[in-house]
Design a protein around this ligand. Sequence first.
Ligand code: NI
Length: 490
Amino acid sequence: MTPERIRRLNGMTFFHCRRPSRATLATAILVSALALVLQGCTGGPQPPGGRDLSAEPLLATAPTYPAPADIDPEMVTGARTMIRTSLAPRTHVTVPAVPGAAPLNAALAEQAARWEADFADEGPNSRAELSIGWQPVALSTPVVGIALDRYEFAGATGASTTRTFWYDASQQRVRPNTDLVADPDALARAIRTSVAALGITTDQDALDEVLQHGGPQYLGFTDDGQLLAGFADYQIAAGSYGSITVAVHDVALSAFGTQARFAAQNPTPTRPPSDTSPSPALRPATVDCRRRKCVALTFDDGPANYTDRLLDTLTRAHVRATFFVLGQQVDANPSQARRIVAEGHQIGNHSWSHRDLSALSEADRSREITRTTREVERVTGIVPQLLRPPYGATNAPVDLTAKRLDLPEILWDVDPLDWRDRDSRLVRARVLSHARRGSIILMHDIHRTSVDAVPAIIAGLRSRGFTLVTVSELLGAHLTPGKRYSRALR
Ligand code: NI
């Protein structure tokens, strides 16, 4: 999807939706209103006050699209996940590295880097957000298919893109999507037929351009083996139709495509799962934080590559911490999530995919939270009792959702900016100089430097007389759902 294409399709609307930061406040309001009228904004305009106006499509309802085969990311065993987060601008990038598939991993990393660079080039405003995630679409020894998802929220509107990468292990190369079929021209004809059958207004020029230049960016399979073609939001139709996905009929697959379809329908783990056995649980502390100088260490965005090492450190030091996990990370790394719980730490909900909850519709916000709760419960048997909104971004609608879902919101008062400054000594120094009685300390176990800093942080806090506890021990077990807590004041 080129920017030119987006603008041609959506005219001024999309351009305006994406650039409210460049406008003055008054112009931004005017542009938001104009955008609502013109229906360029799937997410609905966000007025400066942060009121949630997440709109249903005004002019059109998206048809129901066929769903791709659902493969558990846990099956990509031995995958390392690169996670980058940034608060300014708000970016959360998760890219897998599949064992033994270096060319695939390079292609995925390159795509993510290109999307990040595009986002940076657009000069994102303070509400803008980029989120990149992944999903296996096929998994076998000869063929691996990975879909990379990009979600971009520009302060007024959100847009999603999903791109598939098909890896041929016998040739050790990533093959173009159209290599799945015997005849790309037949694929193009079949896609036109399926798109026409949707009965919605589409941009024929845009569709022509896509089909003549490499084909759809998403090509995968349903559970029952139908070929699926997918387009980004805004790519071939108005944004209100969402990401258009069609089943493509009567197209012969290539030999590679036949293997790919088999791998989509019968996924096999890339490697036998290696189970990390938990250390014996630390005994629940009987710490009275009304008498002791307590602080809570919290770790966000995992479980990921460094979580096991962090858990080893905490066990050695007899410290229990609180992990605010992402549902998608628990889904991909269940053994670490089980270790967190088995070793006596507290587990909290940090949403599914690290979206800014204050910018989502009520329905999407609830889904981000409840899907994570269900996943944590499925994997660990524990229902998280705490919510930490990604980026600490909260507002009245988030409070209401949290209240309805029975979750207090846990923020923090000590932020060593470990996501920005990957320097263990700096992170340790900031924690030690800012920690006070009752502090909630924010860190991220997705960064090696942060995990490296933990032994010295524990030693330093203890030498200053602090006792390290979980968030519930710090704040007390009875917290008010929907209320925000950033420090214990008792
Ligand atoms: Ni986070």
